[in-house]
Design a protein around this ligand. Structure first.
Ligand SMILES: C[S@@+](CC[C@H](N)C(=O)[O-])C[C@H]1O[C@@H](n2cnc3c(N)ncnc32)[C@H](O)[C@@H]1O
Length: 216
């Protein structure tokens, strides 16, 4: 049986940002908490890019990193949950692809500068200042022409959407994400709706999506 499609407990909700041991517990079951398939926005936004080196920050159980590797990307996935990374490694083995998995806290992880053609950050929710620092370091990790994709639960999701964190202090709107990406060209910064199956019907979560490119 699949776990709830979004964070947390009842109705897929998560009330606070979790530390690494919280995520280890969350990932502790034998089933995947998320899915084995990539996030729909990642597949849509990365699908048309020329492959190269990719960095997946907060890679969790590896669904997005593994999909990128299947498309031919040379992928590094970073997360602070060892249990999540163990599941990611197993998924990569099942799909017969190679990914470099790194255990690190993104609050102080420094990716190599100008090294990646694609950087993805999906559903990483940490308190505002720390999140902006992660976004700045992700920006610095982009090679010229490299693309950054940030997708997360939008603040309006709390009232108008479904599931996800319920603490507005850890949610950023598209324009707030874009503001933290100094030096990049913003190609998309918008709210997007994501269908989530719930009790036999689709309900909609509201995500913030930003896609930006480092000019040459
Ligand atoms: C909602 S999951 C998303 C996982 C993955 N991006 C996906 O879309 O399937 C959030 C992930 O962020 C990771 N995470 C949260 N805070 C982190 C931090 N400070 N450093 C590294 N990873 C963190 C968690 O361990 C978890 O795997």
């Amino acid at each position: 049986m699949m776990a709830p499609p979004l964070h947390g407990s009842a109705a897929g909700r998560q009330d606070v940002a979790m530390d690494s041991s919280g995520w280890d517990r969350r990932y502790g079951g034998s089933e995947l908490v998320w899915s084995a398939e990539p996030n729909r926005f990642l597949a849509a936004e990365a699908g048309g890019l020329a492959v190269g080196r990719a960095l997946d920050l907060a890679c969790g159980e590896g669904r997005n990193a593994v999909w990128l590797a299947q498309q031919g990307w040379e992928v590094t996935g970073v997360d602070f949950s060892q249990v999540g990374l163990d599941k990611a490694r197993r998924l990569a083995e099942q799909r017969a692809v190679s990914v470099q998995w790194l255990l690190a806290d993104l609050v102080d992880y420094l990716p190599p500068p100008a090294a990646f053609d694609f950087v993805a950050i999906l559903y990483l929710h940490i308190a505002g200042g720390a999140m902006r620092d992660v976004l700045r370091r992700a920006t610095a990790a982009l090679a010229p022409d490299g693309t950054l994709l940030v997708v997360g639960h939008d603040p309006t999701n709390i009232q108008e959407g479904y599931g996800g964190p319920q603490d507005p202090a850890i949610l950023l709107a598209p324009d707030e994400i874009a503001e933290a990406l100094a030096g990049l060209e913003i190609e998309r910064a918008e709210r997007v709706r994501r269908p989530v199956p719930s009790a036999g019907e689709d309900v909609y979560a509201i995500d913030a999506l930003v896609r930006a490119v480092r000019p040459r």
